[in-house]
Design a protein around this ligand. Structure first.
Ligand SMILES: [Zn+2]
Length: 117
């Protein structure tokens, strides 16, 4: 299952961002549509991958990045693998991304949070 390894990648990336501690409430990721990641399966896989970590129980928010291609010869941009103007190959500008965009931490309401700074 492709989504599980993706989810594990998101979890470890997120954990490396919150070294200082704290619990995560929301994880925002942007996913290129060319990755063919199923967001429902990803949310499920994320739940599994985050178990026992500071991310456990966090909500996974996903945003799809639309695919964009540009012609290598004439520079035309369209959503196609070959240019409709000159027939050349296209390069991928967007759509293959997998980005961890934002983490929202649970605000601690005066709870002792250990050593800070
Ligand atoms: Zn072209």
């Amino acid at each position: 299952m492709h989504e599980l390894s993706v989810a594990q990648g998101i979890v470890s990336a997120a954990l490396s961002h919150i070294k200082g501690g704290g619990k995560v409430q929301e994880v925002h990721v942007a996913i290129g549509e060319l990755t063919h990641i199923n967001v429902e399966q990803l949310a499920f896989a994320f739940e599994i991958a985050s178990k026992g970590t500071a991310l456990e129980g966090a909500r996974l928010e996903t945003r799809i990045i639309e695919a964009r291609f540009r012609c290598l010869r004439c520079g035309r941009e369209e959503k196609s693998f070959t240019c409709s103007a000159c027939g050349s190959a296209m390069e991928v500008l967007n759509g293959e991304e997998l980005l961890l965009e934002r983490l929202k931490l649970v605000e601690d309401n005066g709870d002792a949070q250990g050593d800070r700074g």
